[in-house]
Design a protein around this ligand. Structure first.
Ligand code: IVH
Length: 670
């Protein structure tokens, strides 16, 4: 990469962090999780380490946080509120100790005060003569916001301390947080308990703060002089005596192995805590040694935060529910005790299918390891058998559909000569309630009828109110009744009516896709539409038992044919098509057969510049090309965006597929 490109890339990341700082500190409404934020921060620091010419005032290596919000009066901290450096493994811990020995120029025995790192936001409380005179947020570490009145609403914060040993002038510091069960009630408004605490604490009106039950755990001091207290652990005991809450999990350990073992155990048990913990803090216990070691530019040399994994966590299964999908697939979902994984509170994890439960022998009440990576749905990785209850029983997967009571089956795959891992409800039509709801949700979706005024939640609501039972009911809604429902007004009802009316005009391929036949995705729907040309024709193929004829279509195989037959064998499905075809204006398919990309297949990997995948796909299709979803011999071009998947590139190379950049692809389009 050339120097100017490196600088550009660096500038982009600095701007990104600037944007997120503003959202977090000024607007109190972060849009990314803490771990995503840390990732950007780490990328910036790595770049600075690699290229000495990179510098910015806004770099996280300079700033401790962000300028405090304009909403509050500011106050300079008497002693800076610093952050902690992070350790993720044993090696990081060994390096931390090594640096201490180097700094002291000798090897010594170290005693650590070990404390849970509560994932909230820190606050500093100034007490003079036992009276709480000021409370501040951390702000940028040097200057905080004066939020005394808001902090006073927290019941764990004493406003007067009468103990005769309480220092005359002291800043007590700790974490403001919200308990997990309280967060549960607010989870629609905030991504995680930390954001909820931050949002609540930084309200302009303390009455609003009061409504959200905040807690305070004390763990350190700012300004304070004492000859008497020699150890951090003693200070924690004093805090308790003075009426502050401290963690009941605080410990003392003397070597890295013990720290590691405690960390492992704590990471496995943390889901049982009432509040979110994202790691452990290790502090050198001797306050005198702390003083000698001092600080680097933004963190103390005498303490480190040992973080928990950002993409996996342990929790306990409280129940296993079976979800029924649009095509009848029974998907088991584990309900788990809520646990924060990398900034997102997870309370459900997919168990995929019946076989997965059998293979891993997953049971209700088991302690399990859950992974959440990127946008992938959280899933159970393994069971901690050591924690299994003696009386636990194997989970029996239901043999009948939990929604409609029909038989369920595991289909036999003639190619692999194996039974499918997924169990399915044999009801293909609208008689199974759960299947019917999912079919309607599919019908209204973006790629199908695209009725944007009618989201999935609205479908569920309308179903419960018996306003809809079949897709055609959407075109015969009782708008007067809807207008009287909670949450609906003139504008939203007229928007709904508009988007429903607009959807009446639809192309044949979209319509075939919208009716939701298993194995008939958008691509296959286009093939069927291209072959049958009109809805009249399509229906007559079904009426005349000519579905087998679709085998002539390149791309339609036995799987699709069987699925089509099964679908139309069900009377309710057929009736829906008939009804809809009389209500809708289904246009015949006129394919643009002259486009520049005719007979060319494409696939994308990585992020595209200034364009969504959906837009790129539509551009290709408008030009008669097609987009496929796997690398195989049929693929002609693999288009590479930012951060492509290496495996796809390797596969493409092996098959001799052309690999092109976004620019090169755009050139094909002119
Ligand atoms: S001591 C100079 N102790 O972690 C060190 N911090 O990245 C001051 N935190 O801003 C912090 N639990 O919000 C300390 N037992 C604990 C803590 C703790 C949580 C937070 C705090 C701080 C951040 C450090």
């Amino acid at each position: 990469m050339k120097e100017f490109e490196i600088k550009e890339n660096y500038k982009k990341k600095i701007n990104e962090i600037k944007k997120h700082n503003k959202l977090y500190f000024e607007k109190s409404s972060p849009k990314i999780s803490d771990s995503q934020y840390d990732e950007i921060k780490r990328e910036i620091l790595d770049l600075e380490k690699k290229y000495s010419f990179l510098k910015s005032e806004l770099s996280p290596s300079n700033a401790l946080g962000y300028t405090p919000s304009k909403n509050f009066v500011k106050s300079k901290h008497r002693v800076k509120m610093l952050s902690l450096s992070n350790a993720f493994n044993k090696e990081d811990l060994e390096n931390f100790e090594k640096k201490i020995f180097n700094y002291l120029n000798q090897k010594i025995d170290i005693e650590y005060s070990v404390e849970p790192k509560i994932d909230g936001i820190s606050a500093s409380l100034t007490y003079k003569d036992g009276l709480l005179v000021q409370g501040t947020s951390r702000g940028d570490g040097t200057t905080g916001e004066v939020i005394t009145e808001n902090l006073k609403t927290i019941k764990d914060i004493p406003q007067i301390v009468t103990d005769k040993n309480f220092p005359k002038d002291i800043d007590i510091r700790g974490e403001v947080f919200i308990k997990k069960d309280e967060f549960d009630k607010l989870k629609n408004d905030f991504a995680n308990p930390r954001n909820a605490a931050s949002g609540s604490l930084r309200q302009k009106n303390p009455e609003v703060t009061k409504k959200i039950p905040l807690n305070f755990m004390a763990y350190t001091f700012g300004y304070f002089e004492s000859e008497k207290i020699k150890k951090q652990s003693d200070f924690l005991n004093f805090l308790n005596r003075w009426g502050f809450k401290t963690s009941e999990h605080n410990k003392i350990f003397k070597n890295i192995d013990d720290l590691e073992n405690f960390h492992k155990k704590f990471e496995k048990d943390r889901f049982n805590l009432e509040y979110d913990v994202d790691g452990l803090v290790y502090k050198i216990n001797s306050l005198e040694l702390q003083k000698r070691l001092g600080f680097t530019s933004n963190s103390p040399r005498w303490a480190i935060a040992h973080k928990f994994s950002a993409n996996s966590a342990y929790s306990q299964i409280t129940d296993i529910n079976i979800q029924v999908g649009r095509t009848g697939a029974l998907t088991p979902v584990a309900r788990i005790k809520p646990v924060n994984i990398g900034g997102v509170v997870v309370s459900n994890a997919t168990l995929h299918n019946e076989d997965e439960i059998l293979r891993k022998d997953i049971r209700i009440e088991d302690t399990v390891k859950i992974e959440r990576a990127g946008d992938v749905i959280p899933h159970v990785i393994s069971v901690d058998l050591k924690k299994r209850k003696k009386k636990s029983k194997k989970f029996i997967f239901p043999k009948i559909c939990p929604s409609c009571g029909s038989d369920t089956i595991k289909e036999f795959n003639r190619i692999t000569k194996k039974f499918d891992a997924v169990r399915r409800c044999t009801n293909e039509g609208f008689d199974c309630e759960k299947i019917a709801i999912e079919k309607i949700k599919h019908f209204i979706s973006k790629e199908a009828m695209n009725i944007d005024g009618l989201g999935k939640k609205v479908v569920e609501n309308f179903w419960d109110l018996e306003l809809i039972r079949f897709p055609q009911d959407i075109y015969n809604l009782d708008y007067v009744k809807i207008l009287n429902l909670e949450g609906w007004g003139n504008l939203s009802v007229s928007n709904l009516k508009y988007s429903i009316d607009k959807s009446k005009k639809v192309s044949l391929d979209r319509f075939i896709y919208a009716i939701g036949i298993r194995h008939i995705g958008i691509e296959n729907a286009k093939l069927l539409a291209d072959y049958t040309k009109s809805i009249k024709n399509f229906i007559s193929f079904i009426n005349k038992n000519k579905i087998d004829e679709f085998l002539n279509i390149d791309g339609i195989g036995e799987t699709q044919i069987n699925s089509l037959k099964k679908f139309f064998h069900n009377k309710s499905n057929y009736k829906v098509i008939e009804k809809l075809s009389s209500i809708l204006n289904i246009s015949d398919l006129v394919l643009n057969k002259k486009g520049k990309l005719l007979n060319n297949t494409f696939m994308f990997t990585g992020k595209l510049l200034n364009m969504s995948r959906a837009e790129a796909k539509s551009l290709i299709e408008q030009n008669s090309g097609s987009v496929v979803s796997s690398v195989n011999k049929k693929l002609k071009y693999l288009i590479i965006g930012e951060k492509p998947t290496k495996r796809k590139i390797e596969q493409a190379k092996k098959l001799g597929i052309k690999i092109i950049s976004q620019k090169e692809w755009m050139r094909l389009l002119d």
